[in-house]
Design a protein around this ligand. Structure first.
Ligand code: URP
Ligand code: ZN
Ligand code: ZN
Length: 460
């Protein structure tokens, strides 16, 4: 059925105007004043509301075997939560163990998402081992439409790559024209600091940050900059958390490295003190890189405003408090790392960014949608509102007032790191390729309607 959205204020990364949007066959076909609805059209009145392009989360984990357990969401629960929060596309990490075959991992992850996700999705291919067999698989995976890699410089003995593997990955990425996303922390330093802290009897979640201080993250970024400079590869630093790391990225950029920076909603709103909460509550906030001193929030907001940081993601990695976080009750190094935030990113970013005057509307759209679409080969199919683009639209009510709570969230998790925080705005209607998937906080979409988005390399 065709869809007509009337009188909304359309906001993209560069434009803002009132018009009607007509959608047919899953795409936007016309944008104009006073479009009349042909018979059988669903009409939505968006008067007084913003119409944003569907938001894109470029860093999520849904199927995630990690630290001896599995993240809690399924693609069905995660996509529903994403859509309720205005995210219509996500990019998930494929994270095979070192002993697993990359192509089999790709097929496993694709099989989990296809037929279950309610929103569109694609992947970054995790490179957790590099040899001839793996290289053949990576080439095939790129041919099948995955045009970004993911590497970990942290998690020694698990997902972490050696320098030789890092070099070879970046050489291949350069040759194939794909971008490499990277978790930047020095793995060996973390292991040594963890051992030292545990030997001193410092076993609680409040010591997680001390085991991976800013200098350890900055060293990881510096390391990546060196390898990117040597290979000419395009690199994207995931979940950058602090000033020290940002300085290294900018120093790399200043000498010509092709580098982009992502930060996360939790680094803007939570800080080190959250991971120091008593009664093991701090475990809810254990993630890597860790939450930092509050002063870094100002630096990160500024980076988003000025374009030093290109994207605002979640790194959604849901492990429940009642059982999974408890695995590290006597040893913080065993607390599964990560927090759930897929559902709340857009509303919190709008509230604390736009409503509180930290960023303007265009920066909001650019960093939460458009720039990710451009960097990862989804633009202009996703990330904007123009004829020919997929009709993924968020009709946004900036007058809505509410509170975040695990009692009402859709994520499959027993806690919410943003519990009790107020939101000033939420999606009124969310569409996925021309069909309504959310109305006033309620999911009305279809599990399994989400499509795997194949992406071309060499789109830079
Ligand atoms: O703490 C985090 N970030 N957990 C998820 C895995 C990762 O490093 O991205
Ligand atoms: Zn990471
Ligand atoms: Zn991650």
């Amino acid at each position: 059925m065709p869809l007509l959205i009337k009188n909304g204020e359309i906001v993209t990364a560069s434009e803002r105007y009132v018009a009607d949007i007509f959608c047919e066959n899953e795409t936007i076909t016309r944008i104009d004043k006073n479009i009349s609805a042909p018979p059988g059209t669903e009409v939505i009145d968006a008067t007084g509301k913003y119409v944003f392009p569907g938001f894109i989360d470029p860093h999520v984990h849904i199927y995630l075997p990690f630290m001896g357990t599995f993240a809690k969401d399924t693609h069905e629960t995660a996509s529903r939560a994403a859509l309720i929060g205005g995210t219509t596309t996500f990019i998930e990490m494929i994270c095979p163990g070192r002993e697993e075959k990359p192509l089999e991992a790709f097929e496993l992850w694709l099989g989990k998402a296809q037929g279950t996700s309610a929103c569109d999705f694609t992947f970054h291919m995790g490179v957790t081992r590099y040899d001839e067999e793996a290289e053949r698989d990576f080439k095939e995976i790129v041919r099948r439409g995955v045009s970004s890699f993911k590497i970990f410089l942290a998690y020694k003995g698990a997902l972490c790559v050696t320098d030789e593997e890092l070099y070879k990955t970046l050489c291949l990425a350069r040759k194939l024209g794909v971008i490499t996303t990277a978790h930047c922390e020095n793995a060996d330093l973390i292991v040594e600091l963890q051992k030292k802290l545990l030997a001193e009897g410092k076993t609680g979640p409040e010591f997680h940050e001390a085991s991976r201080p800013p200098v350890v993250e900055a060293e990881g970024v510096h390391h990546l900059m060196t390898f990117a400079e040597m290979t000419g590869a395009h690199v994207y630093i995931v979940h950058l958390s602090c000033e020290e790391a940002l300085r290294e990225a900018m120093a790399g950029a200043a000498r010509g490295v092709n580098v982009w920076v992502e930060t996360l909603i939790q680094y803007l709103l939570c800080d080190k003190a959250d991971a120091e909460k008593p009664n093991f509550e701090g475990a809810k906030f254990v993630m890597s890189p860790p939450l930092r001193e509050k002063k870094n929030q100002k630096v990160l907001w500024n980076a988003l405003r000025k374009g030093f940081a290109s994207t605002l993601a979640t790194d959604h990695a849901p492990f429940d408090f009642a059982t999974q976080k408890q695995m590290g009750k006597d040893d913080f190094t065993r607390i599964p790392n990560g927090i759930p935030s897929l559902e709340d990113r857009v509303n919190l970013y709008f509230t604390h960014g736009v409503q509180r005057g930290q960023i303007d509307l265009h920066t909001f759209v650019n960093t939460a949608s458009t720039h990710a679409a451009k960097l990862f080969g989804l633009f202009p199919r996703k990330g904007t509102i123009q004829p020919g683009s997929d009709a993924d639209l968020v009709i946004y009510d900036s007058n809505y007032r509410g509170k975040i709570s695990a009692k009402s969230h859709a994520m499959n998790l027993d806690y919410n790191a943003f519990e009790g925080m107020e939101i000033e705005g939420r999606p009124h209607v969310v569409t996925v390729r021309g069909r309504v998937a959310v109305r006033d906080g309620k999911f009305v979409g279809e599990a399994g309607r989400g499509k795997f988005l194949q992406r071309e390399p060499n789109h830079f």
